[in-house]
Design a protein around this ligand. Structure first.
Ligand SMILES: [Zn+2]
Length: 98
């Protein structure tokens, strides 16, 4: 995968993740799952990185791994649809671009 450190807004620094988890009481904001501190929580974007969302406290929420997977899939699919609609291109055209 092409990966640019400079322009990548998807990466959430560990210190920011910790702050998000602390603020949300180490609890998934979607299903209420309480994290064990063993990597089962993620800091998920409210506004998807793919849609220009930033990786800071105000745009991040605590999600468990399954919820984060679902959210990410939904956000990426929505971003692809939005992009495709704007450009009037088939949705399948650039699945790897995001
Ligand atoms: Zn969850």
């Amino acid at each position: 995968m092409a990966w640019s450190r400079k322009s990548n807004t998807r990466h959430v620094p560990y210190s920011v993740q910790r702050a998000v988890f602390r603020r949300d009481d180490h609890t998934c904001t979607r299903c209420g799952y309480v994290g064990t501190g063993r990597g089962d929580l993620h800091a998920g974007h409210v506004v998807a990185a793919a849609a220009g969302g930033s990786a800071d406290l105000a745009n991040l929420v605590t999600l468990c791994v399954p919820c984060h997977d679902e959210e990410t899939r939904g956000q990426v699919a929505a971003a692809v649809r939005a992009r495709a609609a704007r450009r009037r291109l088939p949705v399948e055209r650039h699945p790897g671009y995001l």
